[in-house]
Structure formats: C-alpha cells, structure tokens
Design a protein around this ligand. Structure first.
Ligand code: CO
Length: 503
C-alpha cells in the first residue's frame, strides 16, 4: 500500500545514487583536466568501482520494490503531478536497464574498452581493416541490445531511445530527408555563388592568456555564473555538471586562431546555462535533470551559432575583440569578420564543419547506422558505402579512412544512435530561437547592446526549469506552439547564408 513514507524512502535512495554519480563526475572532470598522466590506471579503477556501486543500488531488490509499489500507486492515480513524473521517468530508465542482463552489460563494456585503443590505432594508421573485427563485434552486440530492449518498426529506434527518449527511426527519417532535400541543392548554390569567402583573415598570433580572459568574459556576460562554476582547458571541450550549483566547462586554445576558443566556450556555456538553470531543490530526481541530449545540444547550438555567430552579437563584442587583439582585427571591418567566421567550406571532418554542412555529416552517419542495425549493410562494406555517400552529399572524394569512416570516436564506445541528437539539437535551436524572437521585444537589438539576460530568462522559463517534467514533444510545443519541424532551421539558413553568399 502506498504511503508518503514510501515516496520519501524512494527519494532518499535516488538522492544517494545521484550523489555517487556526482562524485564520479568530479573524478572524471579531474581526469580530463588536471590529473597527472600516471594517475590514469588507478583513476579508471576508482571510476569503475563507483559505477558498479551506482548500478548495484539502482538495480537492488529494495529499490525495485519501492519503485514497483510507487508505479502501481501512480497507475491508480494516487500520486501528485510531480511525484508521478519522477516515478514515470525513473521507471523508464529502470525498465531499460533491467532488460539488459548483467553478462551482456559486462561484455559490452569490456569490448568497447578494448575497442578504444584499436580504433585510435586504426585512425592513426588510416586503416579500417585494423578496426573492422572489433566494430563487427560491437555492431553484433548493439543489434542484440535492440532485441533485448524491444522495439516497434526499426530496431535502430531501440538504440536512439537510449539518448533521445521516444524518438523513432521513422520520424527521424522524415525529418532528415526534408533537411537533405534542402541542404544538398543549397550547398550547390553556395558553391556556385562566385563568392570566395575564407577564414584566412582570422589567422594571427594570439596570446593564450588573453584568449582565456576573453573566453571568461564572454561566458560571464551571456550568463554563466562563476560562483557556481569554472572554466578550464582540455583537448576536447566538455561540460561537467555535479549539481546546479557546480557546473564546469572547458575550452581549447589555438595560438594561431582565436575563434575555436570563442566558439567552444560559447557552446559549452550554452550547455552549462541549462545545467545551472535546473532547480537545485529538485537535485537527484528527474525533475532536476536535463530532458534529453537533443534538447541539451539545442542550448549549446543556440548560443554558439544563432547567437554567437550572429551580427548583433558581434556588434557588441567586435570592438572589444579589436581592443584585445589589435592585430589582425584593427584592419578588418566587422562585415568581413562576420563573413569569415560564417564561411561555408565542405570538408571531411564533422567537428570542423560550418552550419550549412554540419547536418549533412550527421545525416550520413544516421543512414549508415540505421542500415547497419537493420542488417541491410555489413561492417565490411562501410568504407566503400561511406565514401560513396560522402561524395553524393558533399561532392568530395574521401582521400583515406582517417578522413572518412574512422574519424569519430562514437562507434568504438558503442554509441550507435547518438549522432541524430546533434542534428536534432540544431533543429530545436532554430525553432526555439524563432519563438524567442517573436516573444521578446527587440531581442536582437538588445543582444547588440550586450543584453543577453532576456534570452536567458526565456530559455530558463521555457526549458531549463522544467527538467524532465515534459517530454521533448510537449516541451517544444509549449515553448513554440508547434511540434518539432525542419522549417525554422531551413528558414534560418536561407536568411543568413542567402545574404552572405548573395543567393
Ligand atoms: Co555539445
């Protein structure tokens, strides 16, 4: 029989699990930032020990008993709205985890741990055949995972669901086809526009200390709270959240180009604003967690691209940038600067892609992953399929596997179904931004004056504070009045790059 005491007990267990997970996150952040090299082996063991404790607590019979009891109470309408949401979300996570036998989870984690080095070597050597046997094994295991979890329609949906709850292969196909139908000819028009815009004018000699100062200034100005966070350096920028009052971001510095530091800082700050905007009182429950990876990426992309690469943003920041780095910016006008940071150049590497070609990189991976999991293509054929699809989309011949099928770390870690969340992030971002622009008076004028708080308030109110209370569909509908669609992103690209390239 359900009692409030049961719920309290359940919540305490959730809190305990969350504190353990936060501790692991601190260790992981340290590993990526300050840990001495020799600490690696022991740190890996600390982390796997903690992960085992978390897993054990989450799947313990006592926890299951409490959760099952509350699920029954919730099904009978005995819980309040907030409690019912907590139980619903935890139940979903629990159900998925329970369907995967211990031996399966162990095998997957062993295979992917081994695969990492092998993939790294294969990429170094630019030789797919080195990675092929391991990837074959991983794909086999992921096909099995889909069977264990269960699905309707495509088995790929079962894998996507781990990152973007509720998203299906069928819905993504419709969305991404629409995108592709626009992007491929649009890229063609840009290429034949006759406007040759390049990034060369941005290159120079940039003091790292000054880059760091500037990165902090920008993060702070757009709303990152340094009393509840830090900015550090790492090879691959990331955001680590321990709780809403301690969120860490990292960035990277390039002595010849200041823009990577700026854009990765703004990107990670976007993620961090979401984490800092979750309500501390809900820490430990789904009400205090981010909704999904796609929604998370929408926050980073919105700040990085729609704001951070816009003219209004630079109307405010460019004079400041010119002051900090007189060379080369004193002699470069803001228009040429704006065009250079937004130049479109089809390239082989996803992480270096501009706003127009980025989603094409994701679509390529989506199609390949879906076919692999559905079993219509096999691992052995990947380089050939990759290179052929790449040429169709980008009009470029892939020179070798390192620039092609081997470039991303995801598959070696078993993260199949993750890539679509990047494209979803871009689509959500454009739709959210269009709604914010409609609802906030003179938004872009405010931004050009350095007032970012109106936009942040809008994001807080419409997205951040809700945690996992609403599904992505409900969230986007409440915030923008419509379900997710590609039209806003398409309109955004047409407007921005249409004017940059005169098409
Ligand atoms: Co991101």
């Amino acid at each position: 029989m359900y009692s409030t005491k049961t719920f309290e007990e359940f919540k305490n267990k959730l809190l305990e699990i969350s504190h353990l997970a936060s501790s692991a996150a601190v260790l992981h952040w340290d590993l990526e930032t300050y840990m001495p090299k020799k600490g690696a082996a022991a740190r890996a063991k600390s982390l796997s020990s903690l992960a085992a404790v978390v897993h054990e607590k989450f799947t313990s019979p006592e926890f299951e008993k409490l959760l099952t009891e509350l699920k029954g109470a919730s099904d009978n309408g005995l819980l309040g709205e907030a409690e019912a949401c907590i139980v619903r979300e935890v139940w979903r996570d629990f159900e998925r985890e329970k369907k995967l036998p211990k031996e399966f989870v162990e095998e997957l984690s062993r295979v992917t741990a081994e695969a990492h080095h092998i993939w790294a070597e294969a990429r170094r050597e630019s030789d797919f055949s080195i990675f092929k046997p391991k990837l074959k094994k991983i794909v086999e295991l992921k096909r099995k995972e889909a069977e264990l979890v269960g699905y309707k329609g495509s088995p790929y949906s079962a894998l996507v669901d781990a990152y973007e709850k509720g998203a299906t292969a069928e819905e993504l196909s419709v969305l991404f086809e629409e995108l592709k139908d626009f992007l491929v000819p649009f890229l063609g028009k840009i290429k034949s526009s006759g406007r040759n815009i390049g990034r060369e004018v941005l290159l120079g000699d940039y003091d790292i200390g000054r880059q760091k100062e500037l990165s902090k200034k920008i993060a702070e100005k757009i709303g990152f709270d340094f009393e509840k966070g830090r900015l550090d350096e790492s090879t691959h920028p990331f955001t680590a959240n321990f709780n809403p009052e301690d969120v860490r971001i990292t960035t990277r510095f390039d002595a010849t180009d200041v823009f990577p530091a700026i854009s990765s800082t703004v990107h990670e700050a976007g993620h961090a604003l979401y984490e800092q905007g979750l309500l501390a009182e809900h820490f430990g429950t789904p009400l205090g967690e981010s909704r999904s990876l796609g929604i998370h990426e929408s926050q980073s992309r919105l700040w990085e691209n729609l704001v951070g690469k816009s003219l209004p943003f630079w109307k405010y920041w460019y004079p400041r940038l010119q002051e900090i780095f007189p060379k080369p910016f004193r002699d470069l006008n803001i228009g040429d600067f704006y065009r250079a940071i937004n130049c479109v150049q089809p390239s082989f590497i996803r992480t270096e892609a501009d706003e127009v070609t980025y989603n094409l990189h994701v679509l390529l991976r989506f199609e390949i992953e879906k076919d692999l999991i559905e079993g219509t293509i096999e691992v052995a054929d990947l380089p050939e399929i990759w290179n052929q699809k790449f040429e169709e989309l980008f009009g470029l011949k892939v020179p070798n596997d390192a620039f092609g099928v081997l470039q991303d770390v995801h598959w070696s870690g078993g993260s199949i179904g993750y890539f679509p969340t990047y494209a979803l992030g871009n689509l959500y971002a454009a739709q959210f931004y269009a709604a914010a622009k409609k609802q906030i008076l003179n938004l872009e004028e405010e931004i050009s004056l350095g007032h970012f708080e109106h936009l942040l308030e809008w994001l807080r109110k419409n997205i951040h504070v809700h945690g996992r209370f609403y599904s992505q569909d409900e969230l986007v509908k409440k915030a923008t009045g419509e379900k997710l669609n590609a039209a806003y992103f398409v309109e955004y690209l047409k407007g921005k790059f249409g004017s940059i390239y005169g098409i």
